[in-house]
Write a new protein. Structure first.
Length: 97
């Protein structure tokens, strides 16, 4: 599984929700919001869905080979999704907000 982003500026945030803590095994996880049209995937993804604290649904997509979560998004087909910033090959251009 490989992916590329077609964005000029990458702004990340540290999410401290319980799900991100579980997923990262830490106090937070770095998240990178991108529009769906800016994420270009090569290969197949696995998928699972969970309920959110607000009563909605969240879909998480992961690499079928290694199990790493690549991104997640609301199940309502939102224009935006959240890439797990730690999966980038090069994190040097990230800016925290």
């Amino acid at each position: 599984m490989r992916y590329a982003l077609s964005i000029e500026h990458a702004v990340v945030y540290a999410c401290h929700c319980r799900e991100c803590q579980r997923q990262s095994g830490s106090a937070f996880a770095l998240s990178l919001p991108v529009r769906r049209i800016d994420l270009h995937l090569t290969g197949a993804l696995g998928r699972w869905e969970r309920g959110t604290e607000s009563g909605g649904r969240s879909v998480a997509n992961f690499c079928l080979s290694c199990g790493t979560r690549l991104h997640h998004a609301p199940s309502d087909a939102s224009e935006w999704l959240t890439v797990k910033a730690g999966t980038l090959d090069d994190c040097s251009g990230l800016v925290a907000r």
